[in-house]
Design a protein. Sequence first.
Length: 122
Amino acid sequence: ISLDKYASFADNVIVWEELQYELVKVLRVNLQVYDVIARYTMTTLAVCLIARDSQAAQMWAERIRREIAATPVSVGNKQYSVTVSIGIAEYRKQSSCDDMFLCAERALDMALRKANSVSVFS
């Protein structure tokens, strides 16, 4: 999951971090106790949805995307409307974790090109 970049905050590290913190708060409310969230890169969060197939993950991701887009975020004395792009890959027993992460990165790249979208790698 990655925040889409906007000129209003792309170069402001403090605002960027605060917006990511707000994103994490939304994610936590929408995760099961056994799901995992982690920072994958400086601009990307990884979420592992346990015991959900790619279709269930896509429905979850679309709900998150809509919720983030509909909720303005206050940072300091400014309000920001932000959107996220989400890439999804399903772990399969015949592939490695590295393969799954590579597929998720490709799906996220496709979603980021469109902005405010969810892409599933199949």
